[in-house]
Design a protein around this ligand. Structure first.
Ligand SMILES: Nc1ncnc2c1ncn2[C@@H]1O[C@H](COP(=O)(O)OP(=O)(O)OP(=O)(O)O)[C@@H](O)[C@H]1O
Ligand SMILES: [Mg+2]
Length: 326
């Protein structure tokens, strides 16, 4: 069986002139090599495809694969994470991870929250700011939290994201609107502990492979798992397997979220407690990083006794199972 690999290499985009921050979500070559090694060890033949434009060229030239392992996050447009799966759907080529609908819903954090709220799952109250006049509609109680509507890897998140009053809210929204050229999501601030839960599988087969607590040390920017804390996580962040009771609560919420959104094969759900230790949904990542040592999903799986080869096998088993139901 031939598996094509679709990925956005950070170096490719840096060479094209994009900045470190613009390419922060993209992958290192070592991630692609690690994924490829596991696929080869499982007995698959692999072909490197690369980003969406490279995929387009190869499709037009007639190249085909039995399945594509897709970790492309894309760069432009509200459908950036949906582009590769949508193109593969057009050519009826199966792929690992979620389809275009899930990619679009989860990239827009407010849209994802609507689905989650409708499923009866806790998530902070919110307001979407398209321009500064929208702030007049704000009836949420402070403290609040403001972040770009459709970014990842902590982009746009700093200690300033925690907002204590009207003046700061306006200032932060103005900066975010200008810098990220997209709406701002304003939410009530959750002051409690933070967790991320790893999920593998699809629908009723989905399983939680571990819940990790994110603990910021004294060198970290306080209160938020910010862009800089993420970039310098080795010095600033301690990752521990969540205690049993927290694992139970977070795994239950994460599985509910995974099923409500209909996400496929594997990913992560980010969770934070409110002041009463009640878990709330923050966001879902249907394209979780897969670097064996640096990415949260492999780290939390390993803390829970699931090594990288086994994690990759579980993801592939889920993808192969979908083949039989299409
Ligand atoms: N409503 C909130 N209350 C408190 N903290 C929040 C809230 N929303 C976000 N945060 C903080 O900001 C961090 C980043 O938020 P979020 O997970 O939405 O962004 P992200 O950049 O997409 O993350 P990822 O790197 O997981 O893709 C969270 O991990 C959390 O520390
Ligand atoms: Mg997150």
């Amino acid at each position: 069986m031939i598996i094509g690999l679709c990925y956005d290499l950070r170096d490719d985009y840096l060479k094209m002139g994009y900045t470190e921050e613009e390419t922060a979500e993209f992958d290192r070559i070592s991630t692609v090599e690690a994924i490829e090694k596991e696929l080869v060890d499982m007995g698959f033949e692999t072909r490197r495809i690369g980003h969406v434009k490279s995929l387009t060229e190869k499709l037009v030239s007639g190249e085909r694969w039995d399945m594509v392992f897709n970790i492309c996050e894309g760069l432009h447009g509200s459908g950036r994470e949906a582009q590769v799966p949508a193109l593969l759907d057009a050519y009826r080529i199966p792929y690992v991870f979620s389809g275009p609908l899930v990619m679009v819903i989860t990239l827009d954090k407010a849209l994802a929250k609507l689905v989650i709220k409708d499923a009866g799952i806790n998530t902070p109250q919110h307001l979407v700011i398209y321009d500064l006049n929208d702030l007049e509609r704000n009836h949420l109680d402070y403290p609040l939290f403001a972040k770009p509507l459709a970014e990842g890897t902590g982009k746009g998140i700093t200690p300033q994201s925690v907002i204590n009053g009207k003046t700061q809210l306006k200032l932060v929204c103005k900066e975010l609107l200008e810098k990220y050229k997209q709406p701002v999501l304003v939410e009530t601030f959750l002051s409690g502990r933070e967790f991320t839960a790893g999920i593998v599988g699809t629908g009723d087969d989905a399983k939680c492979v571990g819940v990790m607590e994110i603990i910021l040390n004294h060198k970290a920017e306080q209160q938020v798992y910010s862009y800089t804390n993420k970039e310098e996580c080795e010095e600033r962040v301690k990752y521990i397997l969540a205690p049993e009771e927290d694992t139970r609560k977070c795994a239950q919420l994460a599985l509910q979220v995974w099923k409500a959104i209909n996400a496929e094969d594997g990913g992560r759900v980010d969770i934070r407690y409110d002041e009463n230790n009640i878990p709330h949904f923050l966001e879902i990542n249907p394209l979780a990083g897969l670097h064996p040592e640096h990415s949260d999903l492999p780290i939390l799986a390993r803390l829970n006794g699931i090594e990288y080869p086994q994690l990759m096998k579980m993801i592939m088993e889920s993808a192969l199972k979908k083949l039989n139901h299409r």
